[in-house]
Design a protein around this ligand. Sequence first.
Ligand SMILES: [Zn+2]
Length: 165
Amino acid sequence: MSDARCKVCTHPERGLIEKDITSGMSNTRVASHWGMSKDSVMRHKRAHLSAALKGVIARRDTESGTRALDRLEGLYGRAEGILDAATEEGKASMSLAAIKELRGIVELLAKLTGELDERPTVQVLNVSTSPEWLATRDTLMRALMPFPDAAQAVAQALEAGEGRG
Ligand SMILES: [Zn+2]
């Protein structure tokens, strides 16, 4: 598909520009490299790329998303291990730090999983209702039982965060 008003379609080096677009270069970088607006690049990418090129982009995004998921899951496991160790050793502040990390990772995981599924609900995804987070929260609250002050602080912080989301 092409459009006579599109800066990319009418560009003599359209093939090279599309190569940049599908190579994973950001819209902004492609735009500044070829002296056009980011909007032109985005519009072309959305409306004028061939199905084959769109396939290239989708595959690349899925692959990099999957790699990011793997890494995040690895991090999650490590933070969980730290939480267990800190709880066993009765180190409340270290437990709290691990909990903060875990919550951030769960949020990222939820976001990333939503993006990979390409569900339109990703924008309104409420992490506080995701099963992973609810399970984590239960674990956290149990882990914090020996530290009533910390447990209370965490519960309050979570409530504030969930109300915001
Ligand atoms: Zn175009």
